[in-house]
Ligand binder design. Sequence first.
Ligand code: NAP
Length: 266
Amino acid sequence: MTRKPPLGLKHNRGEPSVLNLRSDGKVALVTGASRGIGRGIATALAAAGATVICAARDLARLVELVAEIRAAGGQAHAHVVDVASRESIEALISSVIEAHGRIDVLVNNAGITRDNLLLRMKPAEWDDVIATNLTSVFISTQAVMKTMLKQRAGSIVNIGSVVGLTGNGGQANYAAAKAGLIGFSKSVAREVASRGIRVNVVTPGFIDTDMTSAMPEAAKQALLASVPLGRTGQPRDVAALVVYLASDVSAYITGQTISVDGGFHM
Ligand code: NAP
């Protein structure tokens, strides 16, 4: 009796198997790689074979991460960037393209919160969050686009938040930035799809990182009660989806917003 191959095992030569999530030979830039979700994404992309440029403000943490990746047999480089500065982002991307000649994956992950109720929100709290979480993505996407257009390939993954889908009291600035990312990503996805460039948004729910560690225990428990899977997420949960979106296996996916939130928002 001949057995049918399991779904995905049969594939044409030269086409990516659904089982191959590797990114060998690709150059990936991850912002906010020094801690939390970005660190998890950088580690996972390096494990998948990409050369990862780990960018953030804290050079010491980046150097430590790069050493860890190299010790595990991966390839990585540290680069300081302040995504609130146009000059800093443009310098980072020019240096990546100069050093590596290409850029295949851009993960816009760096982000901050400056929570306050609307009536108390200071202009600086609004401006800082919009600059770091949204304007930075406009700048970096523009800066990589010429190279990706020439390559006729590229995957851009923007890290949003479920808060951009649901809204959240005390986070009007953050929710506006994260919702803005979705409209931005869909628009750019439409503009560049014909050139083989994909743009998607990953919207994490409640993930264990420095960003959420300051939450009072009672608030954490209340939030957890509305997570059907009954636990907080880990950076690796988000990283797994980013590795998939970076790989050629996801070649038919663009303009999408995909949540990694334990079922919190459905
Ligand atoms: P985190 O632990 O606070 O880490 C934030 C990262 O962003 C750090 O690596 C930080 O590095 C970097 N960063 C902040 N401002 C920067 C700047 N101006 N320039 C360069 N890098 C900067 O936060 P996280 O939880 O990992 O969050 C990562 C992303 O996921 C953010 O976009 C966040 O909005 C999103 N998210 C998180 C959650 C969650 O539950 N944790 C949920 C939904 C969405 P340096 O300080 O070294 O610069």
